[in-house]
Write a protein that binds this ligand. Sequence first.
Ligand SMILES: [Mn+2]
Length: 142
Amino acid sequence: MPTPSMEDYIEQIYILIDQKGYARASDIAERLEVHPSSVTKMVKKLDQEQYLLYEKYRGLILTDKGNKIGKRLVYRHELLEKFLEIIGTDTESIYEEVEGIEHHLSWESIFRIGDLVEYFEENPQRQKDLKNVQKRNENREI
Ligand SMILES: [Mn+2]
């Protein structure tokens, strides 16, 4: 299993390759707000653990294993954003909040959250009902 930090790298590499067709170390460093030397180190580790292949002149490519995990990590991130939107989290902080929690939930919990998101999406009345509960609790102090 990849560590949280490895997951962050695989996720961003997957997104970069998906969007641009390639993932440069400088782009990875920028997206993760880390020093390029950290990228070099992590790329070596990910190569060793067969998530990607690094060739000096061709750049990075994800292996089947890396690709499969990358896809799951992007699904997880997007699902958690949807989940926070549905429960009414203020949109400005959603990305950062997901970055903070995404590594700490089991896949079992992720799939159950997936069910919950589906439950709300398939019937807009359910979202309205939830809003009403939130209105009722607006001034409650805890
Ligand atoms: Mn993420």
